[in-house]
Design a protein around this ligand. Structure first.
Ligand code: TRP
Length: 449
């Protein structure tokens, strides 16, 4: 087959692809969500299930997404249709891409609200408002923020505009530049915070909370949350990584690249947990405090640390950037599709989509105040969207992508494109996407019903 090119551009090198895909993967999912759901689900055993899911399900599915995108060089819906056709199968497989676009829109809506909290904390921290706060005061500050829809709306709006601007810039000018400098800086600062966690007397307790496997605390619901989160944190199941893969240079090896991304993403989540839980325990806070966990623990730590005002501000800036580089990838598949299919200009497509996600986001931020009594299946809008996307749509999308890569695409096409070092490794991958990953996720689904 003659090599195709994406009309949207391509990454300058394999390294830039790693940065962009890691930028997509590493985000609020690692630093905000992972610690708080670990806290809610009892720690150790949950972490173990999450790690298993990353290795056994996440990495193989990420390989599948990258290769489908790169082979077709189009947005996910068109990529799926194209490869299905190339293998003589039905184009209706493209429907997976539609569900993915919907998931991306819904995730963006609550993601942007949380990113807005981060932006607020940059300013609270820089102004000195967090200096020396006690854990009660930190909790109160967070609750006051949630109770204030005007401020939430302002930050949600600003964040949405930031993302729209980068996505309009496109692959090279926008996505690439945003990731290059900021990601390495985030790593460094996380390790500083980890070092601080080690110096507190909560470190041993934090460590054992995360790594002592107490299976009595594990429920099937927790397992589903761990499965769902492994998709969420690797940006899988909705086409983000597929879209990014379609901009990946041909020469780069998919296997080692994906391993690098999975490793970095997991490292960030674990280090974030090891930074946050010691602070929680050293200050007698509750690890199951929920979505506010990061926002009530970190200010306390920075408040006590020498130079905390500076480091705290910088840290929230970097989390904001991590959220930014992730949110971009939530919109990219849909924007690319609108450009390919409807023929919109990139800028018009992005703005139109931006308006939609912004509007849905208002319902999410309202969950904490003016809409707190609106519930769907017993959850407020924010929790509901988080739940159905992470725990249902992404794993379902992931299973379908695995089945697509394993059963629909001809074996020869997959092995040409993935080009793993050995035949044995390829067959292992194929076995996992054909059987193991769909079965594992399917069983967890069924046991949850
Ligand atoms: N992975 C990102 C995070 O952990 C969020 C994200 C970006 C995402 N793109 C995605 C989640 C696609 C699911 C699907 O913060």
């Amino acid at each position: 087959m003659q090599e195709k090119k994406s009309i949207h551009g391509s990454w300058a090198s394999r390294w830039v692809f790693i940065l962009a895909a890691t930028g997509s993967a590493v985000g609020l999912g690692n630093i905000w969500k992972f610690p708080y759901i670990t806290g809610e689900n009892g720690g150790g055993a949950f972490v173990l299930v999450y790690l298993l899911c990353i290795a056994l399900v996440g990495i193989p599915i990420m390989i599948a997404e990258v290769f489908v995108g790169r082979r077709a060089r189009q947005s996910p819906i068109n990529a799926l249709m194209d490869l299905a056709e190339e293998s003589g199968k039905s184009k209706s497989w493209g429907a997976i891409g539609f569900m993915g676009m919907l998931a991306g829109v819904l995730i963006f809506s609550f993601y942007s609200v949380v990113a807005g909290w981060v932006l607020q904390y940059i300013f609270s921290s820089a102004s000195g408002a967090l200096n020396g706060v006690s854990s009660e005061q930190a909790g109160e500050l967070f609750n006051n923020l949630l109770a204030d829809p005007t401020t939430l709306l302002m930050w949600h709006t600003i964040f949405t505009i930031m993302v729209v601007i980068v996505v309009i810039g496109g692959v090279n000018a926008g996505l690439e530049r945003a990731t290059r400098i900021m990601m390495p800086a985030l790593f460094v600062l996380l390790f500083v915070l980890f070092g601080y966690g080690m110096s507190t007397d909560g470190f041993a307790q934090g460590w054992s909370f995360m790594f002592d496997f107490d299976f009595d605390k594990l429920t099937w619901d927790a397992v589903l949350v761990a499965v769902g989160h492994s998709f969420f944190t690797l940006s899988l199941g909705m086409g983000s990584i597929m879209a990014y893969g379609s901009y990946m240079p041909k020469r780069a090896s998919i296997g080692s690249t994906v391993l690098a991304i999975g490793f970095l993403d997991t490292l960030v989540a674990l280090v974030a947990g090891l930074a946050i839980f010691p602070i929680i325990f050293a200050n007698g806070m509750d690890p199951a405090a929920g979505p506010g966990l990061m926002f009530i623990s970190l200010p306390v730590a920075f408040g006590q640390m020498a130079g905390g005002q500076f480091f705290g501000t910088l840290f929230f800036v970097l989390i904001g950037v991590a959220a930014w580089t992730s949110a971009i990838s939530l919109l990219e598949p849909t924007v690319a599709y609108l450009v390919e299919r409807v023929g919109l200009k990139r800028s018009s497509a992005t703005i139109a989509l931006g308006v939609v996600v912004w509007a849905i986001g208002i319902l999410c931020l309202g969950s904490f105040n003016f809409m707190s009594d609106v519930t769907l299946f017993g959850k407020n809008v924010f929790d509901f969207l988080d739940y159905i996307t992470a725990n249902i749509m992404l794993p379902l999308g992931g299973i379908l992508i695995a089945l697509f890569a394993g059963w629909v695409v001809k074996k020869k096409h997959a092995s040409d494109e993935i080009n793993l070092k050995s035949e044995g490794l390829f067959n292992l991958w194929l076995f996992v996407v054909k059987f193991i990953a769909p079965a594992a996720v399917g069983v967890v689904f069924i046991l949850n019903l």
